[in-house]
Design a protein around this ligand. Structure first.
Ligand code: GLY
Length: 353
């Protein structure tokens, strides 16, 4: 897989001119959704380099990350004369960068694309690392390809208009990056004041977070080994996310991941000796900032079913990434049904639900 260029922007226009200059093209398209059309397009609209660009606008949020929207984007590209030498810029959160990346990578067997992520989650996770795709048949990210953007331009200015829930959601992925990297980075993330954001300090943390992801993706772009470190918190997190959706009280991805981290650090403590004090400190931070998803023991079987259908499993064995210390990663760990139920007991007792 080609290595993508990830730029932490100090001057978005200058960086965009540079990125577009590296991709000779006949036509330029910008994919955005109704939210980024209203809040983010005005920021870049005045850039000279975009004056010929054609906009393709799709519906916002995960509900539109589907085959119908994908077909709409392909059709718009085709009807408006896109060729194999056209270039697409995805301006938006993870939904836009995932779907847009997939649309670009499959249109006429693939055209080049650039990501400009506008949410924290997309900056530190979705837009970096080449995973693209859509939801299908009730399953998240079921259809997609590994296909990196030519460039990812990260401008933390966009975070100033992001609501608190989406900020916290992205921060959960940063916390995950802290846990799989160094004690120092993990501690600075726990000490950051998320209720009174210092955007300059946040930009520095975002840069570190992106670097952690890039380093891992570079070693293992197709998730055969160490890239599974990025799944910490996600086996249980995805089950919580699907369960919450099914129970008609949907939650943002990062919230489910934060609660999943609590569960998987508990397993890490039991199975690979992750220190209890670090489990407690992380749990306390998550409880304070993310609250709790409540459920009772009658719903354990349903949560277990969701974990069994996770696409990271092999031969029906539920796959976890665990830690023995901050930065000490153990991939391909498993657990029995009884252990999983015990973990859910721990979650409910310690989170107070
Ligand atoms: N979101 C995890 C990964 O990119 O591998």
């Amino acid at each position: 897989m080609n290595k993508q260029e990830v730029i932490i922007c100090h001057d978005l226009e200058e960086n965009l001119v540079g990125a577009i200059g590296k991709c000779p093209h006949d036509k330029l398209f910008i994919l955005l959704d109704e939210h980024t059309r209203d809040y983010c397009w005005p920021v870049v609209q005045k850039f000279d380099v975009l004056k010929e660009a054609e906009l393709i606008c799709i519906g916002p949020e995960d509900v539109h990350k589907n085959l119908e929207t994908l077909a709409f984007v392909w059709k718009e590209l085709g009807d408006r004369g896109a060729t194999r030498h056209s270039l697409m810029i995805n301006l938006g959160g993870g939904m836009v960068t995932d779907l847009g990346g997939f649309a670009a990578s499959t249109f006429k067997r693939g055209i080049k694309y650039i990501n400009i992520p506008t949410t924290l989650l997309a900056m530190v996770d979705a837009s970096v690392g080449g995973k693209t795709g859509i939801n299908f048949n009730g399953l998240k990210n079921e259809i997609g390809v590994f296909s990196p953007a030519q460039s990812v331009l990260i401008d933390s200015e966009f975070l100033k208009t992001l609501d608190a829930h989406n900020l916290f959601s992205g921060y959960a992925e940063m916390l995950k990056h802290g846990l799989i990297s160094t004690c120092e980075h993990w501690a600075e993330l726990l000490n950051f004041d998320l209720n009174k954001v210092d955007y300059k300090a946040l930009q520095a943390l975002v840069a570190k977070s992106v670097q952690i992801k890039e380093d891992i993706v570079e070693q293992d772009p197709f998730e055969k080994g160490i890239r599974k470190a990025l799944n910490l918190g996600h086996t249980v997190g995805h089950a919580f996310e699907s369960f919450a959706l099914e129970s008609k009280r949907p939650v943002l991805h990062g919230y489910a991941v934060a609660w999943g981290i609590v569960c998987e650090l508990y397993f890490s403590h039991l199975k690979t000796g992750f220190p209890k004090d670090k489990l407690r400190q992380t749990l306390q931070f998550i409880k304070e900032h993310y609250g709790v998803l409540s459920f009772d023991c009658k719903q354990y079987d349903r949560l277990y079913e969701f974990m069994k259908h996770d696409k990271k499993n092999t031969a029906g064995v539920i796959n976890f990434t665990l830690l023995s210390e901050v930065g000490e990663i153990h991939i391909n760990q498993s657990a029995t049904k009884e252990e999983i139920f015990d973990m859910l007991d721990f979650y409910r007792e310690s989170m107070g639900c």
